[in-house]
Design a protein around this ligand. Structure first.
Ligand SMILES: [Zn+2]
Ligand SMILES: [Zn+2]
Length: 134
């Protein structure tokens, strides 16, 4: 079982299932919401995500998109799209073991910062693979 949480520890979650997708997102919304040059996410069924401690705050970052974060330390945990509530994206680096869920591809390359030079051989996509993805 995968476990994770925010930086300060007030939010903790568990994932019971197996991630069905894992990406490094270069979109401008993720970049600005997290203030990082790109963000790694993995996707699971919403029913496989369980918050075991704390209550997150939510940001509506664009139409239909909710990003949950810790109200105390600010760590971004999840991305949910209103039209795809059956799935949830979780920030890979909020895991206790981010090495356990390596990315399978890069998405939103069309919005990538020019000073990021990708040196791995993973597939690159101009946008998201599925409409509900981060
Ligand atoms: Zn926190
Ligand atoms: Zn994104």
């Amino acid at each position: 079982m995968l476990k994770g949480g925010c930086f300060c520890g007030k939010l903790r979650y568990e994932v019971s299932g197996t991630p069905f997708d894992s990406t490094i997102c270069h979109c401008a919304d993720c970049r600005r919401a997290i203030a990082a040059p790109f963000v790694a996410w993995f996707s699971i069924k919403s029913s496989e995500f369980r918050l075991v401690r704390g209550v997150p705050a939510s940001l509506v970052s664009s139409e239909s998109v909710l990003r949950d974060f810790c109200p105390d330390c600010g760590t971004r945990l999840t991305y949910r799209h209103e039209d795809f509530l059956g799935e949830i994206d979780i920030s890979t680096c909020s895991l206790d073991t981010p090495e356990a869920v390596p990315p399978a591809h890069h998405t939103w390359i069309s919005q990538k910062l020019q000073w990021i030079h990708i040196a791995d051989a993973l597939p690159k996509y101009d946008g998201s693979l599925e409409p509900g993805d981060a």
